[in-house]
Write a protein that binds this ligand. Sequence first.
Ligand code: NAG
Ligand code: NAG
Ligand code: NAG
Ligand code: NAG
Ligand code: NAG
Length: 217
Amino acid sequence: MVSPKLSNTIVIALVFLFFTYESKGESMSKVNLSIYYDSLCQSCAIFIVKNLEEIFNNDLIDIVNLQLVPWANSYVNQTYNSISCQNGPDECELNSLEACALNIWPNVDTHYGLIHCFEFLAIDGKNKMWQNCTNQLGLPLEPIKNCFNRGNGTELGQKYIDEIAKLDPPHSFVPWVVVNNQPIGKDYENFTQYVCKAYKGDAIPAACNVHLNASEK
Ligand SMILES: *[C@@H]1O[C@H](CO)[C@@H](O)[C@H](O)[C@H]1NC(C)=O
Ligand SMILES: *[C@@H]1O[C@H](CO)[C@@H](O)[C@H](O)[C@H]1NC(C)=O
Ligand SMILES: *[C@@H]1O[C@H](CO)[C@@H](O)[C@H](O)[C@H]1NC(C)=O
Ligand SMILES: *[C@@H]1O[C@H](CO)[C@@H](O)[C@H](O)[C@H]1NC(C)=O
Ligand SMILES: *[C@@H]1O[C@H](CO)[C@@H](O)[C@H](O)[C@H]1NC(C)=O
């Protein structure tokens, strides 16, 4: 006869297995949504602040692996052997800070929150006040300041530049939105439809039903 203690252990083990299986299955069916951008490009800032915010307000984030990739239109300045940014040195600065944020806070809610705040300031040309954002969000200033001052943001930038150079097909403008390796081009504001279409899992978020209903009408 199985003792009550042993049967409890078996039940716990089965529940544990079930949940590890479930969460693994879920993360495998998530849709990769990658945004290649530059921090001072206006259409990028608006996309990040307005369109991308929606997925955190509805439940689309549950089925998405969001990857933000700054430094998209930067390049190595051969004359000076340094990185130059399309919109000048201020953009390199903010690209660095955002690369630091992504690296220091891998949690998507945290880094998206901070980058949203940076980009909100950037829309009004107030990006120099980026320190207000750590304050507002209750995040420590030191790690991001250290990362930036030591030049690690630029070092990370080099990593992103290499990643962007490998895009196939290559990007032709920013923001460049890619859903499971498929760029969606000028239709980037409609990314939700592409994400819902690409999703193969069972936990269909309400945000996708809204879209289906809207297109049926
Ligand atoms: C290279 O960097 C220098 C110094 O920052 C800058 O004056 C110049 O415009 C840059 N060249 C290009 C092609 O961006
Ligand atoms: C940033 O913070 C300073 C000091 O708290 C404040 O005076 C300023 O208005 C803030 N700027 C923005 C754009 O939030
Ligand atoms: C930052 O850069 C320094 C010097 O290159 C390196 O030693 C350090 O590990 C880097 N830190 C992070 C968090 O990448
Ligand atoms: C999503 O990206 C991860 C790694 O970045 C990769 O392993 C996975 O295959 C991608 N999923 C799809 C559906 O492309
Ligand atoms: C987004 O999709 C809607 C409906 O399918 C379409 O009318 C609109 O033109 C699309 N937007 C862009 C930027 O392509």
